[in-house]
Design a protein around this ligand. Structure first.
Ligand SMILES: [Zn+2]
Length: 395
């Protein structure tokens, strides 16, 4: 868990910009987005006809396809290859047993395409690059399309990061550019002043050993869930292919986007606070998938709602960037059942409805979640000291 101290590190980051294409640019972007689905479906069909066809073989076949469909010449060439990459990834996931067999993509679904950043030096010594971002003009230049207006990251004055690729997405009628970059970041020195234990719960999403709680998003998301329920009812009653149906689909996409964004913002709010105020963070190891499978329906819903896996993932990369430490205590460590004052085990807490309990041994009154987070902190302290002894932590 402990990383060696280093001064610089290369990290990958994604910047999400909202794009405001004019009408002409919208037509071009829509054709690119459609092409991505066309290529995907075309080679999925070829693969079904001839299972021995390789993905490299598909890429080699691209010039033939362009001869067959000359309009493809006007499309950003990257899209042809990245759509085949997408198909290859879908097959890889299917072969590893993670998902069902790849299906044909519907033109009604969320649309996206990926374009690769290429660059070089011309014979006259001029540097060029097919993708660039100008934060002064607030524009993005993508291959085969004029500069598009963008919004986002108003605090950033310059964009020096090395662009790797851009994924263009159209969701609920809005256009976005996800710009993947590699950046060299400076790693601050690790000074272990503050340590915190974190309990991930159902009633409150995050409970810290200092007593701070982040409540669950359940109530905030409820109004969106009601909206979705109503919209889905309308959708089932609407006529296929009708204008009304398209309107309802757009509304559903908008609500889903709001849910996604609410979760994302909350995730950053929690992780930023934890990272800013602490140097060592101790968590439980959660088997989220198992919990969802085993849990009762309502419990499972809260667990998946709270998106623990994403929270832990975000926390892990942020600790790396800020040179903090993260420890995860063993899955079987009974953090809820031990009294944090005397460490006596009390089985009565196994009942999830018990929110507060008196320790039968030392008679302290324990709040269920805060007690658990203090135990997690103590256990993390042991792990940290073990690392220190083994010389694994460079301070
Ligand atoms: Zn006790």
């Amino acid at each position: 868990m402990c990383q060696e101290r280093c001064d610089n590190m290369e990290v990958y980051k994604t910047y999400k910009f909202r794009m405001y294409p004019d009408l002409e640019q919208q037509i071009i972007l829509n054709s690119f987005l459609g092409t991505s689905i066309f290529i995907y479906n075309h080679y999925l069909n070829k693969k079904e006809e001839n299972p021995s066809l390789t993905f490299l073989g598909m890429k080699k076949d691209l010039p033939n396809l362009v001869r067959e469909y000359p309009w493809l010449k006007d499309i950003d060439g990257s899209i042809l290859r990245t759509s085949i990459d997408n198909l290859e990834n879908a097959f890889k996931k299917y072969e590893s047993g993670l998902v069902n067999k790849p299906k044909y993509k519907s033109y009604n679904a969320k649309r996206s395409y990926k374009t690769i950043c290429l660059g070089g030096i011309t014979s006259s010594g001029r540097k060029y690059q097919n993708i660039s971002i100008d934060l002064e003009k607030r524009t993005i230049k993508l291959p085969k399309i004029s500069e598009i207006e963008i919004r986002g990251y108003h605090n950033l004055k310059e964009f020096n990061a090395k662009i790797i690729n851009v994924t263009v997405e159209k969701v609920a009628g809005k256009y976005y550019a996800f710009v993947l970059v590699s950046e060299d970041i400076e790693i601050p020195r690790f000074i272990p002043n503050y340590m915190i234990g974190v309990d991930l719960g159902v009633k409150d999403l995050v409970v810290c050993s200092d007593g701070y709680k982040f409540e669950s998003l359940k109530d905030k998301l409820l109004k969106y869930e009601h909206k979705l329920k109503g919209l889905n009812k309308w959708l089932s009653r609407s006529e296929k292919g009708s204008k009304n149906r398209k309107k309802i689909i757009l509304k559903i996409q908008k609500v889903n986007e709001k849910i996604k964004n609410t979760r994302k913002c909350y995730n950053h709010l929690i992780t930023n606070k934890l990272i800013k105020e602490n140097d060592i963070i101790v968590l439980e190891t959660l088997k989220v998938k198992k919990m969802i499978e085993n849990g009762k329906n309502h419990l499972a819903k809260y667990i998946s709602n709270s998106n623990f896996a994403e929270l832990i993932r975000t926390l892990k990369y942020k600790t790396l960037w800020h040179n903090k430490r993260i420890y995860q205590v063993n899955t079987y460590y009974p953090s809820s059942q031990l009294c944090s004052h005397c460490k006596e085990k009390y089985q009565g807490v196994k009942d999830l409805s018990v929110r507060e309990w008196e320790c039968p041994s030392c008679h302290s009154l324990n709040d269920r979640d805060i007690n658990a987070s203090i135990n997690i902190l103590d256990e993390g302290m042991k792990l940290y000291l073990k690392d220190l002894k083994r010389g694994l932590c460079n301070i």
